[in-house]
Design a protein around this ligand. Structure first.
Ligand SMILES: *[C@@H]1O[C@H](CO)[C@@H](O)[C@H](O)[C@H]1NC(C)=O
Ligand SMILES: *[C@@H]1O[C@H](CO)[C@@H](O)[C@H](O)[C@H]1NC(C)=O
Ligand SMILES: *[C@@H]1O[C@H](CO)[C@@H](O)[C@H](O)[C@H]1NC(C)=O
Ligand SMILES: *[C@@H]1O[C@H](CO)[C@@H](O)[C@H](O)[C@H]1NC(C)=O
Ligand SMILES: [Zn+2]
Length: 691
């Protein structure tokens, strides 16, 4: 969920060209230093031969909020020149500029025009929030309020460009009779002549961070006198590095933005998938960049031919991370269209991906009601794609490993590991069937089941072309948002078990397989001690000081923390007991007003804050949240540090870990930008060679 204020990245990119550094929370348009905007923006890198769209926008904005925007001049020219850069990224030599259309052999593009509004700063943004702030971006199309600033736009987009030579290029837009804006692009080719790995398995622990891995290790691995007797699987991989998850428009990214970087090598914007966000209203007209899976689908014979593609998640298959493998849309919420992309591809750009294996939740968008065009997409997958369509673990495990496979196990996000395996009664009465018939989804597979069936099928279908599988443990993030640490850590352990199963599969079936595990962004979670829950629960809810002194005394730190009471006697990688007397004292750096017990609620997911229905004396004009009174009893009361429009915790800044094993693993053993993950996979799988 993305609401409210969003910080904006300091766009101190290759500033050999632009000296302006955006240092405001709100920008008119991220990546656009002045009145002309070039997408891809300066500092973009593209893979040799990969397709991309180019968009230029010329803006004239009102002088003050609520004013009238000027008319942008429709006469502008765009040219490109090959350049040489010194080590500081400064242009030291440049060839004669050539019109872009001529250099990249593009058809002339028609002129478009539209308008949008934006908020100049926090004061104007919050003044402009009359009602719900759900999905409030700081730019809007159409509606002008006295708090927002209107902008008129003229624009052109050139589709399906690609470079035939690598190197550095300077793109120049000349406009308004003498003004100019420039962007530097780098076109990268493979360093290696041949591909390094036949297959690649890409695990994403959504929202997973190093402190979460440490906490999961504490609750699942035996420790004797400070030494662990058993490792987690991730701990034992060959290489480890860090990924920096910033987006184009966001210091702290969402899953769409960052999955987009992993799949294209380009930064995107919050909510964007496979596109640079432009300022127009249409979520499908934004300039696209070719996806790893599209490139693998049209890989040439001499590089081994097309690969089989698999997408596996515990979320809805239309959720940002799985959707990013096949989608080009500015709005991750366009889930009916995303369902269609999986089978028909995105029109007029590259080739359809049409995964060989697609597993997860999200049944609602396959059924009339929420599906595109009131169509039953299960039927379309069966008829047009020859898919075996399954809806239970039982039927998943019966798959012949030969036919394309669609497994949809829940109408929404799949339930989390703890509810699927330990507190199974929690699945009853939820009417979660992926068939939308009101029955319960009681036979959902685990991530290991989905992983192994996917790998068996991809191996058979990939042949010499090999395969690429993206496998996501989605609910680490989905449980960290509502501060349900226990459920989040259980799903992290489920991911670790799936990685273990995959590495064993690789050893037995095809060692020529690169296995990478990373996250897309973090949450500010960490552990600072333990809690004696007996003492905690018995302590009075409040005392005369109002600071809950006795309850806080139940928290053990340093040498009074001892060890929590979780044990894994049966060796399945999960604790056998989820409600020991001594639990972890854990928290996150950001939260709404909420109540903390440090204990798992065995009957449902934590729900930290609820909508303020007007009882609060300082209720603002926009939707605001208060601590959930149903979770107050016996709990510590915590005063939020987020805008009151937030009902849950939000993502945080930290670098996320990346682990890798197998051929190509060495590419991941360093600190790198998130776009580098794309280039590493491209390198490993033999894309971007000289043509
Ligand atoms: C924005 O464009 C719409 C139509 O596309 C038009 O109706 C509206 O008046 C324009 N608004 C401004 C402020 O120019
Ligand atoms: C795709 O391209 C064709 C031919 O250029 C065009 O007629 C059609 O409108 C385009 N469709 C979309 C969705 O852009
Ligand atoms: C909607 O469904 C009808 C009938 O099945 C079909 O003819 C039409 O092409 C569909 N439209 C889209 C956008 O899929
Ligand atoms: C746990 O969930 C139940 C069921 O919704 C609720 O009544 C109870 O208050 C919750 N307990 C805590 C400590 O949050
Ligand atoms: Zn999230």
């Amino acid at each position: 969920m993305l609401t409210g204020l969003k910080a904006v990245a300091l766009l101190a990119t290759l500033s050999a060209l632009s000296t302006s550094v955006v240092a405001d929370q709100f920008t008119r348009f991220p990546g656009c230093p002045d009145k002309a905007c070039i997408l891809p923006p300066t500092s973009a890198e593209m893979l040799l031969g990969a397709k991309f769209d180019v968009r230029v926008e010329i803006h004239e904005e009102a002088k003050a909020p609520g004013g009238v925007a000027g008319k942008p001049n429709p006469n502008f020219e765009i040219s490109i020149a090959k350049v040489h850069l010194n080590d500081d990224g400064k242009v030291i030599q440049e060839s004669k500029p050539v019109p872009l259309e001529q250099y990249l052999r593009l058809e002339p593009a028609p002129l478009e025009s539209w308008n949008f509004t934006y908020f100049q700063d926090a004061a104007h943004f919050w003044k402009g929030q009359g009602g719900a702030v759900e999905n409030a971006d700081h730019t809007h199309n159409g509606g002008v309020s006295s708090a927002s600033t209107p902008v008129n736009v003229v624009s052109k987009v050139w589709r399906r460009a690609s470079f035939r030579h690598s190197g550095d290029f300077k793109v120049t837009v000349k406009y308004n009779n003498g003004e100019k804006t420039e962007a530097l692009w780098k076109v990268r080719k493979s360093q290696f002549k041949k591909r390094i790995a036949k297959n690649a398995i890409f695990f994403i622990g959504d929202g997973m961070t190093t402190p979460m891995i440490s906490a999961a290790r504490v609750i699942s691995r035996k420790n004797v006198n400070g030494k662990y007797q058993k490792w987690m699987q991730m701990d034992r991989m060959e290489e480890m590095g860090h990924v920096i998850p910033c987006g184009l428009d966001a210091l702290i990214t969402d899953s769409a933005n960052s999955a987009s970087a992993y799949n294209t090598g380009h930064k995107s914007s919050v909510n964007g998938l496979g596109v640079y966000a432009d300022t127009s209203d249409d979520p499908f007209d934004d300039p696209k960049q070719e996806l790893l899976a599209e490139l693998l689908r049209r890989r040439e014979k001499k590089q081994g031919g097309p690969a089989a593609i698999g997408v596996v998640t515990t979320a809805e298959v239309q959720d940002a991370t799985p959707a990013a493998v096949v989608s080009h849309t500015r709005r991750r919420g366009t889930k009916a269209e995303i369902t269609d992309f999986f089978i028909h591809g995105v029109k007029n750009f590259s080739v359809p991906v049409r995964p060989d294996v697609l597993l997860g939740g999200g049944g609602s968008y396959f059924l009339p009601g929420k599906s595109l065009n009131k169509t039953n997409y299960y039927d379309i997958f069966r008829k047009e794609g020859g898919y075996n369509v399954v809806h239970s673990k039982t039927d998943l495990l019966k798959h012949n490993n030969k036919d394309p496979l669609l497994g949809i196990f829940h109408k929404g996000n799949m339930d989390v590991w703890l509810d699927r395996n330990v507190y199974k009664d929690n699945l009853k009465g939820k009417k979660s069937s992926p068939l939308g018939d009101g029955s319960d989804a009681l036979d959902q597979p685990n991530l290991v089941d989905m992983t192994i069936t996917a790998l068996n099928t991809l191996k058979k279908r990939g042949g010499n072309g090999g395969f690429f599988a993206m496998i996501e443990a989605a609910s680490i993030d989905k449980m960290m948002h509502p501060l349900d640490f226990h459920r989040g850590l259980a799903d992290l352990l489920e991911l670790d078990n799936a990685v273990k199963a995959a590495l064993e599969w690789v050893k037995k079936n095809d060692p020529d397989t690169l296995v990478v595990v990373t996250a897309d962004h973090g949450h500010g979670f960490d552990v600072y001690g333990t809690v004696d829950t007996e003492f905690f629960n018995a302590a009075p809810d409040n005392d005369e000081s109002g600071t809950q002194i006795e309850k806080r005394g139940a928290i053990g730190i340093y040498e009074t923390a001892g060890w929590p009471g979780y044990k894994d006697e049966d060796g399945d990688g999960f604790p056998d007991n989820w409600t020991p007397r001594v639990t972890l004292a854990a928290g996150t750096v950001n939260f709404p007003n909420y109540h903390e017990t440090f204990q798992l609620n065995t009957t449902r997911v934590k729900n930290p804050a609820i909508l303020d229905k007007g009882t609060h004396s300082h209720k603002p004009a926009y939707d605001s949240y208060i601590a959930n009174p149903d979770e107050a009893e016996g709990a510590l009361h915590r005063t939020g540090n987020l805008p009151v429009s937030e009902s849950q915790g939000v993502h945080s800044l930290q670098d996320v870990p990346v682990f890798a094993s197998g051929p190509g693993a060495h590419l991941f053993g360093r600190v790198m930008d998130n776009t580098e993950i794309f280039f590493n996979f491209a390198e490993a799988l033999g894309l971007g060679q000289d043509q």
